[in-house]
Design a protein around this ligand. Sequence first.
Ligand code: CA
Length: 237
Amino acid sequence: MSASVLIVEDEPELNRMISDFLAARGYRASSVFDGPAALRAVFEHPPDIVVLDLNLPALGGLEVARTITSETDIPIIVTTARGEEEDRLEGFRSGVDDYLVKPFSLPELAARIEAILRRATRPTGTRGGDELADGPPVVAGPLRLDQARREAFVHGKPVSLTAVQFAILMRMARSPGRVFTRLQLLESFQDHAFDGYERTIDVHIKNIRRRIEADPHHPRILETVRGVGYRVVGGRT
Ligand code: CA
């Protein structure tokens, strides 16, 4: 399946040029024109990568970048006008993955996207809380999680998880069978969970399942408990 790219750019002509170019390269490109629409799109249909203009109406690009990077693992390439050097630094602090100065060449943008998507399959180890104490590995069903080394295994085979995914899974695996609400899971990687963002957990759960489940659409390890939340299956194997 081709990778999906969300283009956040308020200049309609530029947005269309990027979108057409990426579509011609085989990407599934979708376009939004302001910050609020970008966040809705990210949480409702998480793309594989976001191309984000810094200078946006309604909600600034940095704010959008912060929200995306604090709540998802979706990589971001920021685009910005020349002379916004301070924004550039600020942008990197909020965890964006790459940065292009306008006017940029479309092939260059495509090259950066490809590079990041190749990289995205590796563990990042840079995001999310590590507030859980070290200790012996936690075992739940076919899962084994080693907090000290931050390594995860399913049926003895290593799987790569980002820091946030690891924190969420660890929270559940420490209490196999117990059901966690989305809000409780949010709290496993951010200090202050806030209303309205519980759905972002669904994005993380989907990403975790892609990595630990043989068939992510029929999960056997990380179960949905309808109307309540999620749980990791109990018992040892
Ligand atoms: Ca703009």
